[in-house]
Write a protein that binds this ligand. Sequence first.
Ligand code: G4P
Length: 536
Amino acid sequence: MEADTKQILEEALSRRTIAVISHPDAGKSTLSEALLLHSDAITEAGAVHGKAGRRGTVSDWMDMEKARGISVSSAVLQFKVGEAVVNLVDTPGHADFSEDTFRVLAAVDAVIMLIDAAKGMEAQTMKLFEVCRARSLPVITVINKWDRPGQTALELVDEILTRTGMRSMPRNWPVGDSGHMLGLLHPDAMSMNRYVRAPGGAKKVLAEPLSAEIAETEYPVEWQTAVEESSLLEVDGSFYDRDAFLSQEATPLFFASAVQNIGVEELLRFLMEEGPHPQDRPDEEGSPHPITSDFSGYVFKVQTGMDKAHRDRIAFMRICSGVFERGMVATHAQSEKPFPTKYSQQVFGRDRTTVDTAWPGDVVGLVNASSLRPGDTLYAGQRVMFPPFKPFAPEHFRVGKTGDASKHKQFRKGIEQLDREGVIQVFFSERRGQQRPVLGAVGPMQFEVVSARMESDFGASVSFEPLEYSVARDIDEQAAEILRERQDCEVLYRSDGTPVALFRDPWRLRTVQRDHPHLLPDPPGSRTSGSATARM
Ligand code: G4P
């Protein structure tokens, strides 16, 4: 099939590729289900996502995930809303996997940020806002759980402003306090929706539109309060400015109760009408690579163990330009080797379907793509390479080793593989030897994943020896030579050959910096200690 420029543009314009992100327990899975429910992709909430007890817990690919009730892996769900196609990319909820989240967010054009009405901005919420800023991603904010007592609407708006610098543009506003929700006011129309719960709770709630006059008559105090409060957020006679949303100066704000499906329909409508569509993506040199050029795609996630029976490994790729057609021979930009695309799939819950054609914004799973790693580019025709991921600075270090001498080969192979997938960072030094690599993680739970994967996929158990380092810095060879002589840091090599200096704490780093300021300049925008965006 020869896709012309017009068709590629039309398909791209109809795509919305997004992620729902939040601090754990704010309602990410519940909202994802609710979005699907409203799109009619599923007919009963709980069929796709969900935790233990709910049907079809597809996010729980690994036993560890099941045990902890967290989602380590990322799934991609595609569904249609009218003529539009939504690609909903799932992200790991736990802070220990924030590097993974950062990579996944390279695949989306906007995010829905959920905030629990009672808890406000939590630790992971702040980290995620930072990641979105670093990625220049427009953020739609949803205050969830409005059916339960929580903070006031204005307190939450104020908190968002003071902690992120973003003002809120209300797309709806609660009538009634949290825990006493009567309905939602729509600032543009100055009308209200009252909700009637359907029996059983799992079906869509029914919205009953009320004019301002009726709302005022029925709820004189609450309606007046909602009108007054929301109008405090009016700027130049308007509640909404699309440019401010796209440039992240402001965030469209929704109040919702995901569990009751309240506020979800308007959120979906906003996404369709105002959500950004896929655009030209900057290449390695920073020049925009036109969306209408030949096929190109960006690998953002490699996932193993999604299907225990097959022990397969799927590389998830976002289409950046052109049209992807199954069977086409693409080129892997990093190796310049041909890459066959015969086994391309879409993963929807437990179901997998073969993908024959995909357009910019879509996500395709490439099965058994063992040569691909997160950050890689595939292209056909005109050569392009997108910038690779810069690794996060790990903050936890352990020596990994296997107790069973007969398993050294499996151990080496396994560690190499997990490094390639981005599960863990691997460092070596002559002093420590190849059998005792140093493993670096952003969050300690990554070590549990390593342990589980080494055992189940490679048959090699691994034990860890903690190291008391918490700060890592990329250095050059000249610095490596000098720092190797010091007692207060250790020089290792990352698996890609980059020398890295490890320090026990930020104070040690500062001491060494004072002695050798030219060897260890602070990287722009980084902090010495942990931060979601601290890169090496
Ligand atoms: P997560 O993916 O962000 O971790 O959160 P998840 O959707 O699993 O929701 C966490 C808990 O919050 C769940 O309760 C869920 O039912 C509840 N929840 C989500 N949205 C709302 C809401 O709008 N209002 C209220 N009141 N609760 C909400 P749980 O007890 O942990 O699980 P479950 O047994 O209810 O599934």
